[in-house]
Design a protein around this ligand. Structure first.
Ligand code: ATP
Ligand code: MG
Ligand code: MG
Ligand code: MG
Length: 562
């Protein structure tokens, strides 16, 4: 490839709309351009990286016996109604109608459609285990698309689904995927950690998230410095409700909205029993950053307040048995015997009224609550919020905190979808059983962004070799020196012939511009062809990562790079 031909428009300025480094650098280095909020064009350089990551993923899925297929992105509403998710999924689901008025969804995930496939095609235990996967666009109408490819509304995901005859089979498939994910992210050259996560609304017994470690990560995790234990946690400070300072009361009607739902509606919507409601809401709020104001009655005995967007999620008006409130940056929850819960206001309303807390007086809230000021730390809280320095629950080690970007997640689904859609098979005894399922996602485009978050410096991106758009750039210092250009062209051809992915900067630009662009785009190796090359037959080979340079005889370049 030639730099004079490739569409890689670099920018000197930092684009105003970009907040995180991967977004800034992908715009500046000419990898992506925005089409609409959360929707991007992947320019040729980005496409090359996406293809690299996809290929690594593909090889590791295939190694475990995965079979690649392509499922429809456009999915009939009927399937989502059968699983119950048409009503539960909420605004994140893109919905559309065809000319006959039939409803469809753009797939945010593909459990329904694949369960529909296997209920027709898998008949016998002999056909399992079966692992089916695809690499394809996903659509989620995220409330806050942001950070470029990190949280898009259209993004590329690998999703694999496992089908087994029993739980033991599922365990095996799950372990295979755990191993495959570990190999994928290692091969991508990333520092990452699998962490235990909450299965929340999806249900199922076990789930891990794969976190790329980066300061900019949205997730807080704890890990043991001695053993393998690691988990996704919510940082939270314990606070006591006893120390509430007097605040304005706000009548319930002022925050109530037409979106109010009764507990029956909420539980039906989410498909969970009241005992799991809080857990599920926590999951939903964290997951989607949807803030629901919930009214609890009576037996709420522990609530953590969360503050994602400056709005508090839980309203406890009327619940006299609330004993503790804990403030937190994100997330909230409680061990719950919740009886009478009503979602009375949604996120938009909450944004307007700021933080609100239960007033322990029916029909009223406290306005403008400040966790920390209004609720003092309560050391005796029996929900322990894990902190750095605490002992590990598994060994004698100590826990430490880190931030991570969720690049993948694996789930044991069990029979949730096979039961809902009636996906059965005949076992050894000719008896009908439900297929036992698992689902496993990797955000391909998010992984590309995460790689940049983890690998960059003030000059630009530093691609790990395995996913770099090109491994080598050859730069003739002066475009006017025909000797330099000729020699550079020769080295370029030799590298090409040796099967190396190489680009030559044949543009008529000053050397400073070429070097800056090469650093910004982040090619792992730069071969500079200057006067010394022409006079002495030696070129400068520079590693982007370390800045180390060495002088090599021209004829050794190919062997060195290989
Ligand atoms: P998040 O918690 O960040 O919203 P998720 O838990 O909703 O992600 P999953 O349903 O587990 O995501 O999807 C599997 C993978 O797809 C995620 O681990 C992530 O890498 C990727 N992914 C999810 N949502 C997005 C998005 N909006 N943009 C880019 N990648 C995404
Ligand atoms: Mg998540
Ligand atoms: Mg999400
Ligand atoms: Mg997830």
């Amino acid at each position: 490839m030639r730099a004079s031909e490739i569409l890689a428009p670099t920018l000197r300025e930092v684009p105003a709309e970009a907040e995180v480094i991967s977004h800034i650098l992908m715009l500046r280095a000419g990898f992506i351009r925005k089409s609409a909020s959360g929707i991007y064009t992947y320019l040729p350089l980005a496409n090359r990286v996406i293809k690299k990551v996809s290929q690594i993923v593909r090889e590791e899925m295939d190694r475990k016996g995965g079979q690649e297929l392509i499922l429809p992105i456009m999915q009939p509403a009927e399937l989502w109604q059968e699983s119950g998710r048409w009503d539960v999924y909420g605004d994140e689901l893109f919905r559309l109608k065809d000319r006959h008025g039939r409803s469809f969804a753009l797939g945010p995930t593909h459990e329904e459609i694949i369960t529909d496939l296997v209920r027709n095609e898998i008949r016998s235990y002999k056909q399992m285990p079966m692992l089916l996967y695809q690499i394809q666009n996903k659509y989620r109408d995220e409330r806050r698309p942001r950070f470029g490819l990190m949280r898009g509304r259209e993004f590329i995901m690998k999703d694999l689904y496992s089908f087994d005859r029993d739980e033991a089979g599922l365990d095996e498939s799950y372990n295979k995927m755990f191993d495959a994910y570990t190999r994928v992210f290692s091969r991508c050259g990333l520092k990452f950690r699998p962490v235990e996560a909450d299965s929340g609304a999806i249900g199922g017994s076990s789930t891990h998230e794969f976190m790329v470690l980066a300061e900019s990560g949205e997730a807080a995790i704890v890990y043991c410095t001695e053993c393998e234990y690691a988990a996704n946690v919510e940082k939270a400070e314990a606070c006591s409700v006893d120390t509430v300072t007097p605040m304005d009361m706000l009548p319930m009607e002022e925050v109530a909205t037409p979106n109010a739902r009764t507990i029956e509606e909420v539980t039906a919507m989410l498909g969970v029993g009241p005992e799991n409601l809080i857990k599920t809401l926590i999951y939903e709020t964290e997951k989607e950053e949807v803030v629901a104001l919930v009214r609890g009655d009576r037996e709420v005995n522990e609530i953590k307040l969360l503050n994602v967007l400056g709005a508090l999620h839980l309203d406890l008006a009327g619940s006299e048995t609330v004993q503790r409130i804990t403030g937190a940056e994100v997330g909230f929850a409680g061990p719950v015997g919740l009886k009478n819960v009503t979602i009375i206001a949604d996120h938009e309303v909450m944004k307007m009224v700021n933080a609100v807390a239960g007033a322990n007086k029916t029909g009223y809230h406290l306005k403008n609550v400040k966790p920390g000021r209004d609720f003092k730390p309560d050391m005796e809280a029996d929900i322990r919020i894990v902190q750095a320095g605490e002992p590990c629950p598994r060994c004698n080690g100590t826990l430490a905190m880190a931030r991570g970007i969720e690049v993948g997640q694996i789930f044991k689904l069990g029979t949730k979808y096979s039961k809902a859609l009636g996906a059965k098979f005949l076992d050894e005894n000719g008896k009908e059983q439900y297929i036992v399922m698992g689902c496993y996602g990797i955000g391909i485009t998010r992984t590309v962004a995460a790689a940049i978050e983890q690998n960059h410096d003030q000059d630009g991106i530093i691609w790990p070799m395995s996913i770099a758009p090109f491994q080598v750039i050859v730069v003739p210092v002066s475009a006017k020196s025909s000797e330099q250009v000729e020699l550079a062209e020769r080295i370029y051809s030799q590298l090409l012939e040796a099967g190396i992915e190489v680009i030559i900067d044949d543009r008529n630009e000053r050397p400073g511009v070429k070097f800056k662009d090469a650093d910004l785009i982040g090619y792992p190796i730069r071969v500079t062809v200057g006067n010394k090359a022409v006079d002495e037959g030696r070129v400068e080979v520079r590693l982007r990562k370390t800045g180390d340079t060495r002088d090599l005889p021209v004829e050794e370049v190919v062997t060195y790079v290989k």
